[in-house]
Design a protein around this ligand. Structure first.
Ligand code: ADP
Ligand code: MG
Length: 152
């Protein structure tokens, strides 16, 4: 795991942008952190870097939004699920290992239904502008990416 402190939004966006450049089809990015931490902000920057022209919004009323970029981006926000198994029942698994990149906001709420192969990014709110961003690869995947993101 690597942790970085950022002091402004642009730095969070720069990390997302750097990550986007390293992603491949089938990659799954799990985001956690409180409301207002910056998960959607991170996703917007990642999408922009993936070439998504549309404005990425928080998919509050739908579980998932699909965007077309250089790679398809599947943006999940599972905050409003009543129970974790809904995530499975809605067919989330079909998106993993697929043709695009998955980003899951509030991934901590559906932990048991996530693919083993993922990169976990926790954003901690420190003050209105500062955040601590901790990135954890899974056992056999994402180590190089994590290392890269640890250097400015
Ligand atoms: P979440 O999706 O985690 O609920 P959002 O991305 O919607 O959070 O909101 C984060 C808010 O914090 C935005 O209004 C953004 O402008 C602001 N912000 C301020 N500083 C930062 C930072 N360093 N990183 C990310 N967001 C920041
Ligand atoms: Mg959000």
């Amino acid at each position: 795991m690597i942790c970085r402190q950022v002091v402004k939004q642009e730095e969070t966006e720069a990390i997302a942008c750097k990550l986007a450049a390293m992603l491949k089809p089938g990659d799954v990015i799990c985001l956690s952190g409180d409301l207002g931490a910056g998960k959607t902000t991170f996703t917007k920057a990642l999408g922009k870097a993936l070439g998504v022209a549309e404005d990425i919004t928080s998919p509050t009323f739908s579980l998932i939004q699909e965007y077309q970029g250089d790679l398809p981006l599947y943006h999940f926000d599972v905050y409003r699920l009543l129970k974790p198994s809904e995530f499975r029942d809605l067919g989330a698994e079909e998106y993993f290992d697929g043709d695009g990149v998955c980003v899951i906001e509030w991934a901590n709420l559906v932990r048991e239904y996530l693919p083993e192969r993922h990169i976990w990014i926790e954003i901690k709110w420190l003050d209105p502008k500062r955040r601590e961003i901790c990135i954890t690869p899974s056992e056999n995947y994402g180590c190089e990416i994590t290392k890269e993101l640890g250097v400015t």
